[in-house]
Design a protein around this ligand. Sequence first.
Ligand code: SF4
Length: 273
Amino acid sequence: MNAPAPSSSRAPVLEVFSSVQGEGAFVGEAQVFVRLAGCPLRCGWCDTPGSWLVRETPARISGTDGEREEEPWASPFQVLTWILATEPREPRTISLTGGEPLLWPGFVRGLARVKGPRRLHLETAGAHPESLASVLDGVDHVSLDLKLPDDLREPVPVEVEGPEGEQPWGEATPASASDWELARRRCLTLVADHDACGKLIVAGGRAAREFLPLLEDVARLAPNLPVVLQPVTPTAGVGAPDQDLLTELLEDARDLGLAARVVPQVHKALGIP
Ligand code: SF4
């Protein structure tokens, strides 16, 4: 199998802003968020559908001296200047999110080189293990989604509206339950010895047994990975899980020897970006 073509070191930026991390292992920490455009997945509970497409929409930079718009296609160094303009005081950990940042591994590697003293945290759907392998050395923490295939609609290839020659990483996106199983297992193997957490989004109406294969894969391939069970914040007709489901999932994780905890989306509760 041929490797995907190397991706550009530039990426389409949607927004750069300072806020409080609302999810995962670093919940509550002051961070700078760099959100990239482009995602081929279609999670039923996605709360950032505006990040799916790559358009020529200006990037929104929320600097300490006010908000401004910039050209969306940016190099890692350009983004570093936006981060500097956004940090209120000392350098903050960067949360690189999307969309799916692993569509732009050349940019991720570039940002790792220029970020200075900041930690670089990657938020990923866990659909592109080859891309993850290529950036892992430069990333200080990986927040890896553990996707339930039934939560996903058909993937949609990302088409770029923008400068000629700029294309996302060409690695195939999982489209079936067996594709997802393969991608999940490869990603878990990659992060097993890395600073990382697994994030399992729990929607209402699901049964605990549906999540068991995911938890069993963690227990087998990355047994030290902290697991965050994140109840869905009700959106687009998808409801929150009830307490019984969360309790059962926690006990299933504990039975497998995993360190799991329930963490709702704190930024949603606080009404901040
Ligand atoms: S991977 Fe993230 S951005 Fe993409 S559809 Fe799912 S929740 Fe939305």
